[in-house]
Design a protein around this ligand. Structure first.
Ligand code: ADP
Length: 488
């Protein structure tokens, strides 16, 4: 086991490390061996109140942050990105310790996340309004202003990248933030907070309150001085947060929620390449990915060959100690492990054909064998519900019309993919499938520049790219009396 130095376990409020008001702590568990890594300060409503007060003060119109040139906000974010790269090895080892993802993958994610920070660093001084040819004798223009104090509630599957999805546009826009990381992965957000401070961001601009969802998370969603919530997590909790946030003070809300994304493989695809791509789509991050392509629809002409290849690749997938050169580590925690095993059981009982995996791996840690089900039917639980584990469902189809209907027959709409050599088929698919991102002959390519988010119950709003900063801005319209004729 790699020894990782844990430097921070307290709450981060006003650029200071503090105990929780109650002095309570909670354990964070190592998914590799189910041991306690360390105790972490457990925030609740009283701590959220302090963090929001700090964020509100930092947002005051004469605060250092508000008076700072926009270009300087950008420079602080560029500095943060450089510090992330400087500490990439440490951050990735810490991330692996807390969430079990392979350390090489974690390191690649930190470089990716640093580029997201840079994208928004560059945007900080390019946030502009419009001049508007309004009817009447007036001059009208718009200002884009920061929305205010933002509550950012995070999941555990990509702790550092998802933190940067939210803090980068928020800080570039001039907002201040209170972050609640997932209770399964409280550590790396604290290490990131130390870098934000080192970069020179003033006190109160970024605050981190670890704790549980129904306590610390709910307090942020409800707080009357929080102007906006950005949440990534389950559809169920997203719905809850939306209700609370709207009921209290009509907070602006953006949500990035679950998915059950279809990846459709047509007869003209190269079977080997398609099976490899579909494997990556389903199993990336151990399947703990909201946009995982877990419904693999394969056209009947290549179906048998594809199933055999998919099983072969899954059986070769390396699973084990995430500090070694493996493709997959343990699932995040006991709850998720049990949930995933429950779905595997449900698939078997429903009569799907298990062609790879299907069991726990080993006896210690939350490891699950990469599992492939063939002959899955649309009404089976494993085809309808988000599993969030290493489970691929393969379904057979005959025609384009049929598969588009089936792909769309879900309440989700986060991602979708199509594999074909025929450009007309690909473009028709793009037009007719309802999802926030559609990949053609690739999958899960998400860059700093590309808007990401969902149709239907997969979310509200977009993160990343040009669109990703809009939820952190309010538009102010300024109209000035200006006679059209000369004054004299
Ligand atoms: P997952 O299913 O991916 O664990 P959840 O939606 O349960 O995702 O949790 C995502 C984030 O939402 C976590 O930070 C969690 O603590 C938080 N959370 C859970 N319940 C609530 C709630 N009632 N109010 C606010 N935040 C919550």
């Amino acid at each position: 086991m790699v020894k990782v130095d844990i430097k921070y376990t307290k709450l981060f409020i006003n650029n200071e490390w503090v105990d929780s008001v109650s002095k309570k702590t909670f354990p964070t568990i190592n998914p590799q061996d189910e041991t306690v890594i360390t105790q972490v300060a457990e925030g609740d409503k009283a701590d959220v109140d302090l963090a929001v007060a700090a964020a509100k003060k930092a947002f005051h119109r004469y605060s250092e942050w508000r008076l700072m040139d926009a270009s300087h906000r950008g420079r602080l974010l560029y500095k943060l990105a450089d510090l992330m790269e400087r500490d990439a090895k440490y951050l990735s080892e810490l991330e692996t310790l807390d969430c079990g993802k392979p350390v090489k993958q974690a390191e690649a994610e930190i470089i990716w996340a640093a580029n997201i920070v840079r994208f928004y660093a560059g945007k900080a001084d390019k946030i502009t309004g419009n001049t508007i040819p309004a009817d009447g004798e007036v001059l009208t223009y718009t200002l884009k202003e920061p929305v205010g104090v933002c509550g950012l509630i995070l999941p555990w599957n990509y702790p550092i990248p998802l933190l940067t999805f939210k803090i980068s546009p928020a800080l570039a826009a001039g907002c201040t933030v209170v972050v609640k990381p997932a209770e399964q992965t409280p550590l790396t957000a604290l290490a990131m907070a130390a870098l934000v401070k080192e970069a020179g961001v003033p006190p109160g601009v970024l605050n981190i309150v670890n704790g549980y969802g129904p306590t610390a998370g709910a307090a942020i969603a409800k707080h009357p001085d929080v102007d906006k919530i950005s949440f990534t997590g389950s559809t169920e909790v997203g719905r809850l947060i939306m209700n609370v946030a709207a009921a209290e003070n009509l907070k602006r809300v953006t949500l990035e929620l679950g998915g059950k994304s279809p990846l459709v493989v047509f007869n003209d695809a190269d079977v080997e390449k398609a099976a490899a791509l579909a494997h990556r789509a389903a199993f990336a991050n151990g399947g703990q990915c909201c946009v995982a392509g877990t419904r693999t629809y394969v056209q009947s002409g290549i179906y048998d060959k594809f199933v055999a290849k998919a099983a072969e690749i899954a059986k070769k997938r390396t699973v084990g100690n995430p500090y070694t050169d493996v493709q997959q580590g343990p699932q995040i925690d006991l709850d998720m492990f049990n949930k995933v095993m429950g779905y595997i059981d449900a698939g078997k009982k429903a009569g799907a054909r298990c062609v790879a995996g299907g069991n726990r791996q080993g006896k210690l840690g939350y490891y699950v064998e990469p599992t492939v089900f063939a002959d899955v039917k649309d009404d089976m639980k494993i085809a309808r519900e988000e599993i969030f584990g290493p489970v691929q469902s393969i379904l057979k189809f005959d025609t384009f019309e049929e598969v588009v209907n089936r792909a769309n027959d879900t309440n989700y709409g986060l991602g979708a993919g199509v594999i074909t050599k025929d450009i007309s088929t690909a473009l028709a698919f793009v037009k007719q499938v309802r999802a926030g991102t559609i990949w053609v002959n690739t999958y899960e390519h998400v860059a700093a520049q590309t808007p990401f988010g969902g149709f239907k119950e997969s979310g509200i709003g977009r993160e990343m790219g040009e669109d990703g900063i809009l939820p952190y801005l309010e538009s102010k319209t300024v109209t000035i009396d200006l006679p059209k004729k000369p004054l004299l």
